[in-house]
Design a protein around this ligand. Structure first.
Ligand code: MF3
Ligand code: CO
Length: 229
């Protein structure tokens, strides 16, 4: 997954269309002997979800051309030997504002802080509250209508993993569980809306939003991130 995201990152520049990026991802995933996981999922038409600025997640690749100053979330899923991987990152297009740069840094840090807490015996609420704390300390909000999830032989398995909540709630993590942790952080309010295409989720107040995601296996001694290559 990370190799595919790196390939996309290298090709992000003003003038490229989101569909061109999607096709690069699709070809690369196939070249690795894997299958795109999103294509056909509830009728989703593409390999990647590509979401720009106030788009939070599930943006559909198309003719839209990237413009300097935007931030672009790229979310990818792949299936290898029947097992799903799910990973996302948000990239700058050329030079971006200090606010957007900080948003990317904070959202990435919220994911890293949560991943560092993954370990058998830890409550799921610790993951959720860690993300929320990092985002809110920076003055941002976490999206509440969308959550991370268990993952394995299906893309979405139990448990749901909210990016907010209290540390002492939720099930205890057990070794062998695999989780997709995916903070979605808004500069403004946490409320989101679905656009008329039925897929694209945007912030209700039009503020910028970032998204980072890794798939991680729970081990006795910590988290084993499965989407690093
Ligand atoms: N990436 C989403 C998730 O993490 C799933 C996208 S499914 C799609 O749960 F159909 F919208 F692509
Ligand atoms: Co996911």
């Amino acid at each position: 997954m990370a190799d595919t995201l790196k390939l996309i990152e290298k090709n992000i520049r003003p003038g490229v269309t989101t569909k061109e990026l999607d096709l690069l991802a699709e070809d690369f995933i196939h070249s690795q002997g894997a299958k795109p996981a999103f294509k056909g999922y509830h009728g989703y038409p593409a390999t990647a979800c590509i979401s720009i600025d106030e788009e939070v997640v599930h943006g559909i690749p198309g003719k839209r051309v990237l413009v300097e100053g935007q931030i672009v979330s790229v979310d990818l899923g792949a299936i290898v030997d029947g097992y799903y991987g799910d990973s996302a990152a948000t990239f700058p297009v050329g030079e971006i504002s200090d606010e957007k740069r900080k948003l990317l840094e904070v959202t990435k840090r919220s994911l890293e802080a949560a991943l560092a807490k993954v370990k058998a015996g830890t409550k799921l609420g610790v993951i959720s509250s860690t993300v929320q704390q990092v985002a809110e300390e920076a003055g941002y909000s976490v999206v509440r209508d969308l959550v991370g999830h268990g993952i394995g032989r299906a893309m979405h398995e139990d448990p749901q993993i909210p990016n907010f909540g209290s540390a002492n709630e939720g099930p205890v993590l057990d070794k062998g569980m695999v989780l997709a942790i995916e903070p979605m952080v808004n500069v403004g309010d946490y409320k989101v809306l679905t656009k008329a295409d039925g897929w694209t989720i945007v912030t209700a107040d039009g503020s910028a939003s970032a998204h980072f995601e890794h798939t991680v296996a729970v081990r006795e001694t910590g988290g084993d991130i499965l989407t690093l290559s």
